[in-house]
Design a protein around this ligand. Structure first.
Ligand SMILES: C[S@@+](CC[C@H](N)C(=O)[O-])C[C@H]1O[C@@H](n2cnc3c(N)ncnc32)[C@H](O)[C@@H]1O
Length: 514
């Protein structure tokens, strides 16, 4: 017999008290009554495996019985009265935390995983400090590092909120495409969020979401399309400290509404599974979905992240807001960025949008910001008449990571607990070492191709470039890539030296100095 859903059994974790505290804090907000069937903690039996909607938009139901109390005019009026001053708690009222519930699931597709979560019974997942059912819809054990980082981020944001606004209720989280609700549950149990709204457009997911969030008292479950949910938030001026948008495909259309639903200093944690358009494999689609040119580039995952950040920066700026990346990463299939919304754009923020040029002939790369756009300088191709630069953008040319936030995440309670899997910990270490500047990255294999022989050793090359006065670091985004501000000819010269000597050149090697 499987155990109750919610918090995983085993050693007592700090999150246990946070969970009860979160429920209490949310109860103290008072408010609008129970959330009916849409509230986690319901006792609906688990139905047959979900017939995952091919088109969730079309299948989403609008009835209040499906989605809770938001259709209630009294509740809507209360919303608009109290509301929703920025920074105020504005999730709907809490459920009465239901007694834990044993689910009955027929799905047994899950097998053992190397990603760090434990599959205890067929269909039951234990990940971090939570236990829940996967159901028959989408669930990827391999995405665990991204969920781990989300939990650490939520812990960091919750701590900031306690420090900056001790009088305000705790962290408010919106999980827009929740799937089985694993992120919601982890934000609630492990990060101590005061309120979590778990939503997925697939109506067959409601009972599963409710059952999975039953052990967490501050949860609300709905099955709206993200578009409709966010439009409702806009009308009610309802805002969150963390929005998780773990999308299928390209989520550009949702970005402006999601930013509108963020409190100042809140974070949008966005995922896109569209790998073709932002990596130069579907140029017309990139223009349609990203408003940008995307050309084949050796640092293709980074290009995709920068285009995604560019879309978000432009959306924030037209709203009069500012935006700062917290972290950005990809495993080549999903492109994930976490960005913090600021009240205003930072000084000279416009210089962070630009173009990235790559010459397929000689391998040179150049970056320009849009504000000071001018002629591209000649690349290294001997015959400039035939030189052809492939230009991508507009895209984000600023940092990809915020070292201060990553450091705070690394010191968050979850970093020392079951919340952080070994793969998640490795990712965090990598991101902390590379802030993403400058936006010029080359694969070691490309250096090898240009120089002949095997790829130069990465770490000695980094050290050698630094000794020559250039910035250099291993890319955190793609393996076996080097980031540097060294001009291409110097970079090649240092790489040749390192390859031949097997060691760094002397600091003042005249042949290599600028
Ligand atoms: C990538 S999965 C989410 C996975 C989940 N966050 C996790 O970590 O396991 C995307 C989910 O979005 C849902 N979905 C697709 N289009 C949607 C929309 N327009 N609004 C809300 N949910 C949507 C799908 O039903 C699917 O469950």
């Amino acid at each position: 017999m499987q155990g109750a859903l919610g918090q995983a059994p085993g050693p007592v974790r700090p999150a246990a008290s946070l969970s009860r505290g979160a429920a209490r804090r949310l109860n103290e907000l008072g408010g609008e009554g129970a959330i009916a069937e849409g509230t986690a903690g319901g006792t609906q039996p688990i139905g047959p495996p979900s017939q995952a909607a091919a088109n969730p938009e079309a299948r989403s139901r609008e009835s209040s019985s499906q989605e809770g109390t938001s259709q209630d005019p009294r509740s809507q009026a209360q919303h608009s009265q109290a509301q929703h001053r920025q920074g105020e708690a504005n999730l709907d009222s809490p459920s009465q935390a239901a007694a834990s519930q044993e689910g009955v699931f027929e799905d047994s597709r899950l097998g053992a995983s190397s990603a760090g979560e434990r599959v205890v019974d067929p269909g039951t997942i234990e990940e971090g400090a939570v236990r829940l059912q996967a159901g028959s819809g989408f669930f990827r054990p391999e995405s665990r590092p991204s969920r781990d980082l989300g939990v650490l981020l939520a812990q960091h944001l919750a701590a900031q909120r306690r420090r900056d606004r001790p009088e305000a209720p705790g962290l408010r989280v919106l999980d827009l495409m929740a799937g089985c609700g694993i992120r919601s549950l982890r934000y609630g149990i492990e990060a101590g969020a005061a309120g979590v709204w778990a939503n997925d457009a697939d109506p067959d997911r409601l009972a599963l979401l409710q059952a999975n969030l039953a052990g967490f008292g501050g949860g609300r479950c709905t099955t709206r399309t993200a578009q409709k949910l966010l439009a409702g938030c806009l009308l009610r001026e309802q805002r969150f400290d963390l929005i998780d948008l773990d999308a299928f495909g390209c989520p550009s259309a949702l970005v402006p509404l999601a930013l509108e639903a963020l409190a100042f200093d809140g974070v949008l944690y966005l995922a896109s599974t569209d790998g073709r358009s932002p990596t130069g494999h579907d140029r017309p689609a990139a223009i349609r979905s990203l408003g940008a040119a995307a050309r084949a580039h050796p640092a293709s995952w980074e290009l995709a992240l920068r285009l995604q950040l560019g879309v978000q920066a432009r959306a924030a700026w037209v709203l009069g807001r500012g935006l700062e990346p917290v972290f950005s990463f990809s495993e080549g299939r999903t492109f994930r960025t976490a960005v913090r919304l600021r009240r205003k754009p930072g000084p000279q923020a416009e210089r962070l949008l630009g173009l990235l040029a790559h010459c397929h002939g000689c391998g040179d790369q150049q970056v320009q910001n849009l504000l000071q756009l001018r002629q591209w300088r000649p690349c290294l191709c001997p015959d400039q008449a035939n030189a052809r630069l492939s230009i991508s953008g507009p895209l984000w040319i600023g940092p990809l990571q915020d070292p201060a936030s990553l450091e705070a995440m690394a010191s968050a309670p979850g970093a020392d607990s079951a919340s952080l899997s070994p793969a998640g910990a490795r990712l965090l270490v990598k991101l902390r070492r590379d802030d993403g500047l400058p936006a010029r990255c080359w694969p070691l294999a490309e250096l090898a191709k240009r120089l002949g022989g095997g790829p130069p050793p990465l770490e000695p090359l980094v050290q050698a470039l630094r000794q020559q006065g250039w910035s250099a670091q291993a890319s955190a985004v793609m393996p076996a890539q080097l980031r540097s501000d060294a001009p291409w000819d110097r970079l090649l010269a240092v790489a040749a030296h390192v390859s031949q000597a097997g060691a760094a050149p002397a600091p003042h090697d005249a042949a290599l100095n600028r």
